[in-house]
Design a protein around this ligand. Structure first.
Ligand code: P6P
Length: 335
């Protein structure tokens, strides 16, 4: 048959990360690689169960939807449980912080390793019913002697997300750029499909929930007006808002533009969580050549005061986010 012979030189995520470690000449103990293997396992498990839930949902539409409602909520818990169990069992973690858990988990000595993982196991899960892409977001710190997780995002050693859609896409940085991997379910491997992701320096898309416009602070209003009613003869930007952070950020990385969930008069500190949403996405954004700011401060420089605190987020193409930041510089502090 004229079918292409299968490649015998597939670059799996594990091989790619190992190659990176060797290239770095780091005393690659393999610890990070093993930790990332555990994270891959959780993403495969979640991908399977999100797909099943959608299937059940389709089947369930004829049944009592409230059962499906329960099913959806269970998915959040299911995703959290697989993350906690798999990360603990890896023997590479000391502290876990999950969006689903009020308190941080301190790993018992028998399983204690040198990393702290902060994660949102299933962000945007309210979108499952509509078949909208959702995702897992994670960040990895190397813990010193103290199991103190309240450290700036700039101290993360790795960060990534897995987006569950028509396929499962895992986007990862270990500090040397950003790479995208797609799950080959037959092999059960994430294969390198998007090497060295770089955000275009400027895009033509803005991604905000304009349903919050009534509450937006003046700098955001002024910025949005500048791209919706441009006075420089340029055409207005397009609006794209999925309402699932992983999907909106993934599109921003690939197509460029700006994603924003700013603090406003209703959400005084914004809505997105600093430790396991803003930090990982800001880490990836900078590694992909973009900028991530609160409007007045680099997100990765924030020192958290509590594990579930929220923060204002603007991220994406360098030139677009710099344009936004100018409006904060120009606006006198509101009384
Ligand atoms: P809104 C999903 O619930 C989420 O946490 C993020 O994934 C998403 O970016 C944001 O909230 C959407 O919030 O207020 O626009 O529905």
């Amino acid at each position: 048959s004229n079918e292409e012979p299968p490649s015998t030189d597939i670059i799996t995520l594990t091989r790619h990360v190992l190659a990176d470690q060797f290239r770095m000449g780091a005393a690659a103990t393999g610890d990070l690689t093993l930790l990332l293997t555990a994270i891959q396992t959780t993403s495969k498990f979640i991908a399977t169960n999100v797909r099943k839930a959608r299937l059940i949902n389709l089947v369930g539409l004829a049944g009592e939807t409230n059962v499906q409602g329960e099913e959806q909520k269970k998915l959040d818990v299911l995703s959290n449980d697989i993350m906690v169990n798999s990360l603990r069992a890896s023997g590479k973690t000391a502290v876990l912080v999950s969006e689903e858990l009020e308190e941080a988990i301190i790993i018992e000595d028998r399983y204690k390793g040198k990393y702290c993982v902060v994660f949102d196991p299933l962000d945007g899960s309210s979108n499952i019913d509509a078949g909208v892409n959702i995702g897992t977001i994670f960040g990895i710190y190397q813990i010193g002697t103290i199991s103190d997780v309240l450290r700036p995002g700039s101290e993360m050693v790795a960060a990534g997300y897995t987006m569950y859609g028509s396929s499962a896409n895992l986007v990862l940085s270990t500090g040397n750029g950003v790479n995208g991997y797609t799950l080959d379910a037959a092999l059960g491997e994430f294969i390198l499909t998007h090497p060295d992701i770089k955000i275009p320096p400027r895009g033509k898309i803005y991604s905000f929930n304009e349903g919050n416009s009534m509450y937006f602070h003046q700098p955001v209003v002024n910025y949005l007006n500048s791209i919706k009613y441009p006075t420089n003869g340029k055409s207005p930007y397009s609006a794209r808002y999925i309402g699932s952070m992983v999907a909106d950020v993934h599109r921003t990385f690939l197509y460029g533009g700006i994603f924003g969930y700013p603090d406003d008069k209703k959400s005084k500190s914004g809505k997105l969580r600093l430790l396991y949403e803003a930090f990982p996405m800001a880490f990836l954004t900078e590694q992909a050549g973009g900028i991530a700011t609160t409007g007045t401060k680099r997100i990765l420089d924030i020192v958290p005061t509590s594990i579930h605190e929220r923060c204002s987020v603007f991220l994406g193409s360098k030139d677009d986010v710099l344009d936004l930041a100018k409006f904060y510089d120009e606006t006198p502090k509101e009384g």
